[in-house]
Design a protein around this ligand. Structure first.
Ligand code: UPG
Ligand code: MN
Length: 609
């Protein structure tokens, strides 16, 4: 009797679609190669409003064709409160968009599967060997999670690759745990570690009876990039041939313009681009999407999106499609990338994304045109007037955001074609042989148990330094706003997920993700206004500041990176003194006089002078 197995990934904002596409495409390829296509489902967990209201039919068709099951999920109960509670710790990561990643807790509700391999959408399995995880974890129990040590704090696991056993009780206890506890990192990784990982139990007595267990998997199943560790370069050489999966952690994903400009020569990013190109070819997306030449036409030429009609006409309608839904309400967003582009860029993400976002959606909403500089609002006042209903999830988030649909709205405002999506059932699948099932899962009702014997929260060791290492934040000026469906959940403490009313798809309830301007510029070249740009960002693109110590601000690092660290394949062989020197704000001390950071490729190295 075979187990019902699945590989699942997550999508709660449209800007991660490229990752979801490339991953889904690669999964299909490798499952086919391993002759496991019939025995392992590929499952996309996607937030309900994003799927129903934001994504275009084309995007849905493609998703349907590359994932066998699409599960619509709604926010966790008390999402808003959780985000609020976690905001301080999340601020240490500088990744406000991850406030919503706690929705990964819903993975344990996928009880139609006996075992699930969860993969972040920024992961890329390199070969079919990654499927060995199902063998390695064949005796897994529901109280265990299989995962790889996180490079930032190796006593914790990275939650981007996890083997898990879906289980209603575990899901219930976990969701209550989320309600009652603060996450170490403000997001899912902290909470999942606190919940499953015995090493996170700081009380020695409780540790002995810790009810759950992290089973540590080999790093080769989740090689996070960039890897800042001392041993990373030689180890990478040594273990290279054994690597099964790579994971692009941090703010800059391989499909982002920043990465496309800075990481084009690295092997891992080349690999991702290669898979993405194959994906495009298979789906005949070559024309009109993500084909960008270098000239000024970038900003002036109208987008020629591939119409959903073109796709659906050439494909069979999907038989027996159904949707799984897990609960209440949630966010969506569509964002775009780009910036004042002067170099060839493989992906024109703005054009690309507007093709995949429902044309109707942004035009129905009022949204803000400018952005607030995060530095101008140090008190955390809510300037987010495009989100009048938003319940001040965190000051950090509030001040760091910008209405994300501006560009898509702008780019598509003249388009006559409106894609009306009224139900998931209407979606077609492009390839008849690849049938996706979209199901509604009713949320399990018993969420009343409380987690016991949990460690107390220790937030102090997740310092900014650590977050830099883990999240690659020193080089990253991007800031993404969280999905902003952060309205107060219906109910009070005793309102449990099972009691929630079914999610209603009402436009007014859908708010817009906003993005901090600093990072958002990557996505929004044509709304980039220099007079509202903070000084640091000007410097980001300004050659004249090369070599100038910016006083330890993040953008100074980014400036150095942009101009000096154009990584090339042969860079490793250069003498150390020719390497670019990166200074992080936390290094702006005596330490800096002794230590030089180099950025030979996409990996940092230390060199003591
Ligand atoms: O705006 C977003 C952000 C995230 N995701 C999804 O959530 C996943 C996690 O976010 P990601 O950007 O991949 O996080 P990492 O940079 O990998 O950061 C680390 O920290 C996160 C927060 O704890 C964990 O979720 C990750 O697994 C862990 O690797 C993504 O892959 C996506 O599947 C979205 O759909 N939209
Ligand atoms: Mn990730």
């Amino acid at each position: 009797m075979y187990k019902k197995l699945a590989i699942a990934t997550l999508l709660y904002s449209a800007d991660y679609l490229p990752g979801v596409f490339a991953l889904g495409y690669q999964l299909n390829k490798l499952l086919k190669e391993a002759s496991k296509k019939d025995s392992i489902e590929t499952c996309l967990i996607v937030t309900t409003p994003l799927f129903n209201d934001t994504l275009s039919d084309l995007a849905k068709n493609i998703l349907n064709s590359i994932y066998t099951k699409i599960v619509l999920v709604n926010p966790l109960a008390f999402q808003n409160e959780s985000i609020q509670r976690n905001s301080n710790n999340l601020a240490l990561l500088g990744r406000p968009e991850l406030s919503f990643a706690l929705i990964k807790a819903r993975l344990w509700e996928l009880t139609q599967f006996e075992q699930v391999l969860y993969l972040d959408s920024d992961t890329l399995p390199l070969n079919k060997e990654f499927l060995r995880l199902f063998d390695i974890m064949s005796k897994q129990t529901k109280s265990q999670v299989g995962a790889v040590a996180d490079i930032g704090w190796p006593d914790m696991f990275n939650s981007g690759v996890m083997m898990l056993i879906p289980d209603a009780d575990t899901a219930s206890v976990l969701q209550n745990y989320i309600i009652e506890n603060t996450s170490i990192d403000g997001s899912d990784q902290g909470t999942l570690n606190q919940f499953f990982n015995q090493h996170c139990c700081t009380d020695e007595l409780l540790k002995e009876t810790f009810p759950r267990e992290w089973v540590q998997l080999s790093f080769i199943y989740n090689v996070t990039i960039p890897n800042l560790g001392y041993q990373s370069s030689p180890a990478l050489n040594y273990f290279k041939s054994t690597i099964k999966l790579i994971h692009f952690i941090g703010k800059h994903k391989p499909w982002s313009l920043w990465s496309q400009k800075n990481f084009t020569k690295t092997e891992s990013h080349n690999k991702w681009n290669e898979i993405y190109e194959e994906f495009k070819e298979e789906h005949e997306l070559e024309d009109g999407i993500s084909k960008l030449d270098t000239d000024s036409s970038i900003e002036t030429e109208p987008v020629r999106p591939i119409s959903p009609v073109e796709v659906s006409q050439s494909n069979e309608p999907a038989p027996n499609q159904k949707v799984e839904v897990l609960s209440t309400q949630e966010e969506n967003m569509g964002n775009q990338d780009s910036e004042p582009v002067i170099e060839p860029v493989p992906l024109d993400f703005t054009k690309w994304l507007t093709t995949f976002v429902n044309k109707d959606y942004p035009t129905n909403q009022s949204r803000k045109k400018g952005y607030e500089s995060p530095k101008e609002n140090g008190d955390g006042a809510n300037n987010n007037d495009s989100n009048p209903n938003q319940e001040n999830p965190s000051n950090h988030i509030q001040k760091a955001v910008l209405s994300c649909n501006q560009v898509s709205n702008r780019d598509i405002k003249d388009e006559q074609e409106n894609v009306e999506v009224t139900s998931c059932e209407a979606a077609n699948i492009p390839k008849p042989e690849q049938k996706s099932s979209i199901d509604n899962i009713q949320e399990s009702s018993a969420f009343k148990n409380h987690a016991n014997a949990q460690p107390t929260n220790k937030n102090d060791y997740y310092s900014e330094e650590n977050s830099n290492d883990t999240g690659f934040s020193p080089l990253n000026s991007e800031q993404k706003g969280p999905p902003n469906d952060m309205q107060k959940p219906n109910g009070s403490e005793d309102h449990l997920p099972g009691d929630e009313e079914p999610h209603a798809l009402i436009d007014e309830n859908i708010q817009y993700l906003e993005k901090e301007k600093e990072g958002y510029e990557e996505f929004l070249p044509d709304v980039y206004e220099t007079n509202t740009t903070n000084h640091e960002e000007d410097e980001f693109f300004d050659d004249s500041v090369e070599g100038v110590n910016q006083g330890g601000i993040t953008s100074s690092v980014a400036t150095d990176t942009q101009k000096k660290a154009k990584p090339t394949e042969g860079q490793e062989s250069k003498p150390q003194q020719e390497m670019p020197n990166f200074k992080f704000d936390w290094e702006d001390t005596d330490y800096l006089s002794k230590v030089e950071r180099c950025f030979p490729d996409d990996i940092f190295e230390y060199a003591v002078e």
